[in-house]
Write a protein that binds this ligand. Structure first.
Ligand SMILES: Nc1ncnc2c1ncn2[C@@H]1O[C@H](COP(=O)(O)OP(=O)(O)OP(=O)(O)O)[C@@H](O)[C@H]1O
Ligand SMILES: [Mg+2]
Length: 415
């Protein structure tokens, strides 16, 4: 048998041996990310420079949503994809977008829309990171920054534009961002982008794109409102639903503690002293409550930051950046960080205020247990929340158990 035939892409050619790989993540992972068909990134015939970026990001093989989405997106079809939180949707669209980008052309070829500025920054960072050996130019644009800087930047090459809808529409409307050659539109957190606050902006934006365009929609939640949009704008979309069996993540254990409003801070203090928190995100239902709670937590002697949409963008950016880099253990926030935010060190999410609906609940608790890891979600429930707790449990088909006196560390702390 000729040995030469045995040399496949899967063996270690020179370029693979020279990769600058990060330390291996040895924490256990659940089937939410491990139950794959066994594809390898090399199976998709991606450019070598892109493969290098993927491996250097520490990705060894595609997750289930990536296996489903990458080949179909590469084939040019519209996609409507639903997959659980933290299972790798970002790379599921970023990889095909990068692969299809022709860096020799000075044109915006893909537009990636997301609902919040922080998520735009994070997504553009993923794009730059995976594409770092390709020479691709990725630009991020959001509200809360000077339009003039964006206009200057658009004078130079941009291949992929990542942003929040309002600002992108501003730039397209002024004729500064030329979307006429843009053939791919990705809407991440698509159901949020199709809510009444964004939908009219999205529809106007689509009118600036090339007629033969590909539209890719991703989220962990797709209420019915999405349907009328897909009927109008997508062509025979390929539907992916990896959430048929369950909606919540296998790695996250959910508890509730029944409290009176005035006991909440005391309860939180007890949680802080008893739990082994690596990093936590604590959600409140209003910006004023975010600030008040952060103050109280600081008075208790714990270091914490807070973030909400009414802060200055420069301040928001610093808090987001510093929390991501582990400068503080706790972050108190509003629903600004509910969707898409990916901070692997977060192992505990606390709903200081219980959310109003099941989608918000699902996305909030999905800030822990990223990429199939373990996490804990703790809900402080008042008398007024009791029906809502029951309703959300029913809607998500999940169990939120009363909090036991001692929470087993093996549920949320990696060995
Ligand atoms: N193939 C892979 N191998 C290892 N890690 C991966 C892989 N794909 C993605 N990840 C990591 O998994 C984490 C979660 O990915 P991502 O943020 O894309 O999830 P998501 O599905 O968009 O979640 P959400 O619904 O909360 O937005 C990220 O830290 C990312 O780097
Ligand atoms: Mg995401």
């Amino acid at each position: 048998m000729a040995a030469a035939y045995m040399i496949t892409n899967h063996e270690n050619p020179d370029w693979k041996r020279t990769l600058n790989l990060p330390a291996k993540d040895t924490r256990p992972q659940t089937e939410d990310v491990t139950a794959t068909k066994g594809n390898e990134f090399e199976d998709y015939f991606l450019k070598r420079e892109l493969l290098m970026g993927i491996f250097e990001a520490g990705f060894e093989r595609p997750s289930p949503i990536q296996e489903e989405s990458i080949p179909i997106a590469l084939a040019g079809r519209d996609i409507l994809a639903r997959a659980k939180n933290g299972t790798g949707k970002t790379a599921a669209f970023t990889i095909p977008v990068l692969e299809k980008t022709n860096i020799t052309k000075n044109e915006i070829q893909a537009l990636l829309l997301v609902p919040t500025r922080e998520l735009a920054l994070q997504t553009s960072q993923v794009c730059k990171n995976l594409g770092k050996h390709m020479g691709v130019q990725v630009m991020v644009t959001t509200g809360g920054t000077t339009l003039k800087d964006d206009i200057m930047r658009l004078g130079q090459t941009v291949h992929i534009l990542v942003g929040t809808p309002g600002r992108v529409l501003d730039l397209a409307g002024k004729g500064v961002a030329d979307l006429s050659k843009c053939t791919t539109l990705v809407m991440d957190e698509a159901d949020k982008l199709l809510s009444p606050e964004f939908q009219p902006i999205i529809e106007q934006l689509i009118s600036f794109l090339k007629n033969e365009r590909q539209i890719l929609l991703y989220s962990a939640t797709f209420p019915m409102i999405v349907k009328s949009f897909t009927d109008r704008y997508l062509t025979k979309p390929y539907e992916i639903n990896l959430m048929e069996d369950a909606l919540t993540l296998r790695g996250i254990t959910q508890f509730y503690a029944y409290v009176e409003e005035r006991q909440k801070v005391h309860c939180l203090n007890t949680l802080f002293s008893k739990l082994q928190i690596n990093q936590s995100i604590i959600f409140c239902n209003s910006t004023s409550r975010v600030e008040l709670l952060a103050k109280k937590i600081t008075e208790l002697g714990y270091s914490c930051f807070y973030i909400h949409a009414k802060m200055l963008q420069a301040h928001r950016n610093r808090v987001f950046h510093d929390f991501r880099n582990g400068k503080t253990r706790h972050l108190v926030c509003s629903d600004l960080l509910t969707r898409g935010i990916d901070i692997q060190a977060v192992n505990v999410v606390i709903n200081f205020d219980f959310p109003k609906n099941a989608e918000t609940y699902l996305h909030r608790i999905g800030r822990s247990g990223r990429f199939g890891h373990l996490g804990l979600a703790i809900n402080l429930i008042t008398y007024d929340d009791r029906f809502n707790l029951y309703k959300i449990e029913q809607e998500l088909g999940t169990e939120i158990a009363p909090i036991p006196p001692i929470i087993d560390k093996s549920l949320y702390v990696a060995p």
